[in-house]
Design a protein around this ligand. Structure first.
Ligand code: NAD
Length: 387
């Protein structure tokens, strides 16, 4: 099944209408080739509110959406603990799936989801799609044209104090499937795989600070959230290419001046922007021009926002190309995160199952091209301080 609706459109059903659903819905409503037909949430009021953002779509119970004849792709924006269950139910109903990160709570469950999709010849796309933007893709293009010689090593740092100050329901961030690694790691690890290729082996250390966090916004302000996950995870990643990455993800940093991603090559250094955003400043330093120089965008979707990965998945249903934010990459990233946490708790390195190679690079294109429609750029949109 291709999942194509009338006139080549892909019909979208969204499950999970919380905080991040608004930006997805806006993107998908504006993208030629996508039509949001239905939305669902365990909380019907949230589903009704979301339906108000997409003209012509209906709010309905989750079980009805999953089997609806006018849904080709289920976009799974539920909390991490529900990702695998909702994705599997959608696949069993014959729908392609685009899921928020992480793909599942652990690698073994993720493998089951991917095997189910393969057994039904259905596609899975997985967030983050930010790495398809001009920031990571321009950095990748510099590496691919030999701009810093052979990449030898990289550093990747995500240091914050967690999302409870701004997210009204921060509980899932402190439960299995959350934490700095499973919540924010997918941005950094997906970017690192785009930049340096697949990861073959990991070694990790981890710990947690306070046993509770305080909700800082919304109706639950002032209530306490139990911390069930490690809040500081550091690791070493060995890439198939030979490059070595040092990774730190932390919800323990009240403030930090660490860079996001740097790559050190035999002929120069590269500074890549925040992989939680689509664009950002890319800089290069070489001995021939020994000062940091900004490199203009040369690759990636221009003016993209969350949801561009859904459009790219829809395009891939009728084209031979893999989606940029593919399930294979999402599962690889999950294997790496699961491996880092296992390593942290056993004290030994963990081998990561091989994948077919690097995800496809994205040429400099307007975001609308993700769905196969080469329109004008829709203009840069702020993605806010999202996680
Ligand atoms: N909030 C952000 O800034 C942000 C940014 C990027 C990615 N994400 C990711 O998006 C996902 C959702 O995050 P959020 O911030 O929107 O969370 P949220 O808590 O605001 O919303 C999640 C919604 O999913 C619904 N839900 C939970 N289980 C369900 C199920 N089984 N069936 C149907 N609905 C179900 C909840 O009722 C809720 O409305 C997470 O995986 C998160 O990591 C969030």
């Amino acid at each position: 099944m291709t999942g194509d609706g009338p006139a080549g459109t892909s019909r979208i059903g969204v499950v999970g209408c919380g905080k991040i659903s608004e930006v997805y819905l806006r993107t998908m409503v504006e993208t030629p080739g996508l039509e949001v037909t239905a939305v669902a949430d365990l909380d019907p009021a949230r589903a009704r509110e979301a339906a108000g953002l997409c003209p012509g779509c209906r709010a309905e119970p989750v079980e009805d959406l999953l089997v609806a004849a006018d849904v080709d792709i289920v976009v799974n924006l539920t909390v991490p603990a529900a990702h695998a269950e909702v994705s599997a139910a959608a696949l069993r109903a014959g729908k392609h799936v685009y899921t928020e990160k992480p793909l599942a709570l652990d690698a073994a469950t993720g493998r089951e989801v991917m095997a189910l999709a393969a057994s039904r010849s259905l596609r899975v796309g997985a967030a983050p799609d930010t790495v398809a933007g001009t920031g990571t893709q321009t950095a990748r293009a510099i590496i691919d044209r030999g701009g810093i010689g052979t990449p030898v090593a990289a550093t990747a740092f995500m240091a914050s104090h967690g999302p409870e100050s701004w997210h009204p329901r921060p509980h899932f961030y402190y439960q299995p499937g959350g934490g700095p690694l499973l919540d924010m790691g997918p941005y950094y690890l997906s970017a690192l795989v785009h930049l340096l290729g697949p990861i073959t082996r990991v070694t990790g250390v981890a710990r947690r600070g306070a046993s509770e966090r305080e909700v800082g916004s919304g109706p639950d302000t002032g209530t306490r959230v139990p911390v069930e996950i490690d809040t500081h995870v550091a690791g070493l990643l060995e890439h198939d290419s030979g490059a070595l990455t040092t990774l730190v993800t932390s919800f323990e940093a009240w403030a930090s001046r660490l860079p996001r991603i740097e790559v050190y090559g035999t002929e120069g250094s590269l500074s890549a922007p925040d992989p939680n955003r689509f664009d950002g400043t890319v800089e290069i330093f070489t001995p021939a021009s020994p000062e940091w120089t900004v490199v203009p965008a040369t690759a990636g979707f221009v003016g993209a926002a969350r949801g561009v990965g859904v459009a790219d998945l829809a395009r891939s249903l009728t084209a031979p190309a893999e989606p940029v934010a593919s399930g294979e990459l999402g599962q690889h990233v999950l294997e790496v995160m699961d491996g880092l946490l296992r390593s942290a708790h056993t004290g030994t390195g963990v081998d990561i199952p091989p994948i077919s190679g690097r995800p496809p690079a994205v040429a400099l294109l307007p975001a609308a091209a993700a769905a196969g429609h080469h329109g004008e750029p829709s203009g840069a949109r702020s993605t806010g301080d999202l996680g």
